[in-house]
Design a protein around this ligand. Structure first.
Ligand SMILES: Cc1cc2nc3c(=O)[nH]c(=O)nc-3n(C[C@H](O)[C@H](O)[C@H](O)COP(=O)(O)OP(=O)(O)OC[C@H]3O[C@@H](n4cnc5c(N)ncnc54)[C@H](O)[C@@H]3O)c2cc1C
Length: 511
């Protein structure tokens, strides 16, 4: 059988995982990436001369990458240097209110008890058990499997699992479910924040998202060089397995012939033939027709108000004083509901934001570096970047708000160079079709999870991967979507022995 030609559009982690899997299985794979480097959201930016990680910083669900590398004949540990964190994150509400969570549940329970009393510590233990149950119920039938509809999910968990499915409270919001475990509003806020890992509001996200708490509790690792290096490592291995990766190649159209995918056309007019295409950008781009009319129906039309959260990120090289930053530190707003109302209903940046700071040079010992250090500061924002520009005044006001929040907790930052800022309109430009939404469609309401498309589309030969696709956003989940897309493609090929090689009329394939 001749090698089948597969084109992957986009070198985000979903596209790269698919490319690696397929290249290792002997497919002829070409990855086309519009940016000048791989990784998509797993990127670093320059702050003066210093590269600072500007995307994901929390690495979890390591098993996804262990399996991905293993199946490609390599080992994650040999390709990437990971260090397990025992301190998961530091949380602060004011100068005197601080809570650390640890990988060790007993250590966290002790910290919760000292912070909010023994009853809350009991609630914390019950919450961890429930979050673990939710995760266990969904890992096999949901995360590892093709996108189910609710009935199929019921079938997959089987009769014995129906009780488990019911107990995970699919119809409750995360916020209301947290009320079963915590009386202290600060703890509800801390664990409610896990909804934002999928770009959702805890007041609208289903309680099932508490599984994120279990995922974190099961382990966080720091990646040497940052998560952009993990993407680089997947790309390197894919190339060693024979994939070609072409940066600065913007795909303007996915081409079809006789209703089946036949290749792609780049923005400069070049055409490449393919037997199959995996679209690794946001599915909203497909739905909006940004990859041509032939494949628009394969995408998702996501109205702005159904998009997940965006962010404003500030990458800094600065001296931090007055507060012992951990690798991950969260500074919470005084009123979480008002914060989400401002963002999601008011479509504005909140005057009192919750602020995430990643102190990238700090290790487990929370030692401050001698000089300036690399910091990512992130606040949530409405994903209206496709519709409007966030003005310099808005961004300056946002910076004042988070600086005030940090100062109230004792932290002052003294920058060595101007910050590199990315706004929702900046993200919208980087990731077409998204309006700046960083996690696809918002996971609001119990049906939202099932609205994400799966790997297969209605266009034969076209597959989907990435954080806007099942099983969802986040580095490991997006990588998992790439593995699922590759598996679907391989399965379809096996069941279609006469799968024809593509021939494009008038095409000028370079290969
Ligand atoms: C600031 C920030 C912080 C985050 N924090 C975390 C975290 O701590 N932990 C975590 O797990 N996740 C986090 N996430 C989410 C995580 O980064 C994403 O869910 C994941 O990286 C998305 O991967 P993806 O496969 O969807 O591809 P993307 O990263 O979305 O990349 C898609 C790629 O496709 C390319 N592309 C699009 N259209 C075309 C085209 N027409 N032609 C060619 N190329 C195209 C784009 O240029 C891009 O490179 C964060 C995201 C951001 C932005």
């Amino acid at each position: 059988m001749a090698e089948k030609r597969v084109i992957v559009v986009g070198a985000g982690i979903g596209g790269l995982a698919a490319a690696l899997t397929l290249a290792a299985r002997g497919f002829d794979v070409t990855v086309l990436e519009r940016a000048d480097t791989v990784g998509g959201k797993m990127r670093s930016v320059a702050v003066g001369p210093v590269p600072v990680e500007a995307g994901p910083t929390v690495f979890t669900m390591r098993w996804v990458f262990e399996e991905l590398f293993f199946e490609a004949g390599a080992s994650l540990a040999a390709e990437v240097r990971l260090q397990a964190a025992s301190l998961l994150a530091r949380h602060a509400w004011s100068a005197g209110e601080r809570l650390d969570l640890f990988a060790d549940i007993d250590a966290s329970a002790e910290a919760v008890s000292a912070f909010a009393g023994p009853r809350e510590a009991d609630g914390y233990r019950r919450f961890c058990a429930r979050a673990a149950e939710v995760y266990r119920t969904l890992e096999g039938p949901f995360i590892r499997s093709d996108r189910p509809n609710p009935v199929e999910l019921g079938k997959r968990v089987g009769l014995s699992g129906i009780g488990d499915l019911w107990r995970i409270q699919p119809f409750a919001t995360l916020w209301s479910a947290l009320g079963d475990h915590f009386r202290d509003p600060r703890l509800r806020q801390l664990f409610g924040r896990y909804a934002t890992y999928c770009g959702a509001s805890p007041f609208a996200a289903p309680a099932t998202l508490m599984l994120v708490a279990h995922v974190e509790q099961s382990g966080i690792w720091t990646v040497e060089g940052g998560l952009s290096q993990l993407a680089r490592a997947v790309a390197d291995l894919a190339e060693r397995r024979g994939a070609r990766i072409r940066p600065s190649a913007h795909v303007a159209r996915i081409l079809t012939q006789g209703g089946r995918v036949a290749g792609v056309q780049l923005a400069d007019g070049e055409r490449l033939a393919a037997d199959a295409v995996i679209a690794g950008g946001d599915v909203a781009a497909l739905g909006a027709g940004l990859l041509g009319p032939d494949v628009a129906a394969a995408g998702d039309r996501v109205p702005p108000r159904e998009r997940s959260l965006s962010a404003v990120t500030f990458c800094l090289h600065a001296r931090a004083r007055g507060f012992p930053l951990a690798h991950h530190t969260v500074f919470f707003s005084a009123d979480y509901r008002a914060e989400f109302d401002t963002i999601l209903r008011g479509r504005r940046l909140p005057p009192d934001p919750t602020v995430y700071v990643c102190a990238q040079d700090r290790d487990e010992m929370v030692r401050a570096p001698e000089g300036p250090e690399r910091l990512l500061v992130l606040v949530n924002a409405p994903a209206d970047g496709g519709e409007r520009r966030f003005t310099p005044q808005e961004i300056a006001a946002c910076e004042t708000s988070w600086t005030r929040k940090l100062a109230a907790c004792g932290l002052s930052l003294n920058s060595a160079a101007p910050a590199t800022v990315t706004t929702p309109d900046g993200f919208s430009g980087l990731f077409p079709g998204t309006g700046g939404a960083l996690y696809g469609r918002a996971s609001h309401g119990w049906t939202a999870t099932f609205k994400r498309p799966g790997a297969r589309t209605r266009v034969p030969g076209l597959y989907l991967a990435g954080g806007s696709v099942h099983p969802g956003p986040g580095v490991p989940m997006a990588a998992q979507s790439g593995r699922l897309a590759a598996a679907a493609l391989i399965e379809d090929l096996a069941s279609t022995p006469t799968w024809r090689g593509a021939a494009m009329s008038g095409g000028t394939s370079t290969r």
